[in-house]
Ligand binder design. Structure first.
Ligand SMILES: [Cu+2]
Length: 119
């Protein structure tokens, strides 16, 4: 094997690792939240992934800017939360997770998703 071939193989391999890290690892980490966070709803949730501390109360403020009726409810089933979200109004939800893990939240029809990571 010649040196240039080795470089191409190693380079390709590093590219794959970088892609994996960039799209999967980095994205999944989410936004670190200490006590409250604003989640803007406009064609989806932004930020989509938030990470919150275990055993502490975190306030999530949902602000819906999307007129689609699909997004007019938010459901966090693991915390028994289902809230109606009027357009352009802030709706606050409090969570106090006892256990670490990953919890999915979604719209009322389970079409749009976000994630809460408890650390
Ligand atoms: Cu929906």
């Amino acid at each position: 094997m010649t040196l240039d071939k080795i470089i191409v193989i190693v380079g390709g391999f590093l590219g794959i690792i970088f892609t994996y890290w960039f799209f999967l690892m980095k994205k999944d980490k989410g936004v670190e939240v200490s006590d409250h966070v604003n989640v803007i709803i406009d064609g989806g949730y932004s930020p989509e992934v938030i990470s919150v501390p275990q055993g502490k109360t975190t306030i999530i403020n949902f602000i819906r800017k999307d007129p689609t009726s699909c997004l007019d409810e938010v459901v966090i089933s693991d915390f028994k939360i289902r809230k109606y979200l009027p357009l352009n109004q802030k709706v606050s939800v409090e969570i106090k997770p006892d256990n670490t893990g990953e919890y999915i939240y979604s719209c009322g029809m389970n079409m749009y998703h976000g994630k809460i990571i408890v650390k």
